[in-house]
Design a protein around this ligand. Structure first.
Ligand SMILES: Nc1ncnc2c1ncn2[C@@H]1O[C@H](COP(=O)(O)OP(=O)(O)O)[C@@H](O)[C@H]1O
Ligand SMILES: [Mg+2]
Length: 252
């Protein structure tokens, strides 16, 4: 088979042309970056874990009628996805104060918010993904008012799903980020969840101990990132086959 055409290489993933029109292959790299790529490392196994975890969350969302780009996993590091026109916004949902919200408003990390807060940041690495208001989004034509309403509804459904699912395994979803894209079905346009949902894009805290199980482990040098992601995967029962075989098992 001829080499696949690379469409885009980002910080954490590579997109290749898919086998059929309207599809792409998303490859998860082991590269970790933080603070707008000022801090970089290669974390062995991260890509495999994120591929599995994103598959797990997106399959769950698809099953409850929240549309996502996920079609199927192809191998340890790749998944087949629907190609979308990405809306250039990061949609952030926050349940507990952390990160830039805690900083901006002087809130102590971990403070419960009165209700989930949805923020939009303009996706532009050279500007550091600045927070923008609905006014900017509409004035600059990044999305329409209808798109915004749909994005808000999607984001809150993802939040309810993720928060409920993670609560079942003793993990609090402090916040997370999603990307949303447009797909066209004839003349009709729909918004679907794209990119990835993984511990790279969420803040996950153990409910009992407060232990961080997400990319903050890397941002703040709190330990082994792959161990933290493995713990999330283990609790959800989605460990990749290779690392599931750790101890010899008795066969009777
Ligand atoms: N279904 C999709 N169709 C088209 N582009 C997508 C889709 N899902 C994610 N993307 C884009 O692919 C890129 C994923 O690679 P990533 O390493 O996260 O890039 P970046 O460094 O830009 O964050 C992102 O730019 C994201 O917006
Ligand atoms: Mg990205």
């Amino acid at each position: 088979m001829a080499r696949r055409k690379k469409i885009y290489e980002g910080k954490a993933k590579i997109l290749f042309e898919g086998p059929e029109p309207g599809t792409l292959v998303q490859y998860f790299k082991d590269d970790a970056t933080a603070f707008n790529a000022e801090k970089k490392a290669v974390i062995e196994g991260k890509g495999v874990l994120n591929n599995r975890l994103s598959e797990f969350f997106m399959t769950g969302l698809n099953n409850i009628g929240v549309p996502t780009h996920f079609i199927k996993r192809l191998n340890m590091r790749e998944q087949l996805i629907r190609s979308v026109e990405i809306i250039p916004l990061e949609v952030i949902v926050r349940n507990f104060a952390a990160g830039t919200l805690a900083k901006r408003l002087g809130l102590e990390e971990g403070t419960a918010l009165p209700r989930p807060i949805v923020e939009f940041c303009y996706k532009d690495d050279s500007l550091g993904d600045p927070l923008v208001a609905e006014e900017h989004i509409i004035a600059f034509g990044w999305a329409s008012q209808q798109d915004l309403d749909d994005m808000l509804a999607l984001a809150l459904r993802v939040n309810d799903f993720l928060s409920g699912m993670m609560m079942g395994v003793g993990i609090r979803v402090a916040d997370f980020k999603i990307e949303i894209g447009r797909v066209w079905e004839g003349d009709f346009m729909r918004l679907i969840v794209a990119d990835e949902i993984s511990p790279d894009s969420c803040r996950l805290w153990d409910i009992k101990t407060g232990q961080k199980l997400d990319k903050d482990v890397f941002r703040r040098d709190l330990g082994d990132l792959a161990d933290a992601y493995t713990e999330v995967a283990r609790r959800l029962g989605v460990l990749p086959a290779a690392s599931a075989v750790s101890k010899p098992t008795l066969i009777n």
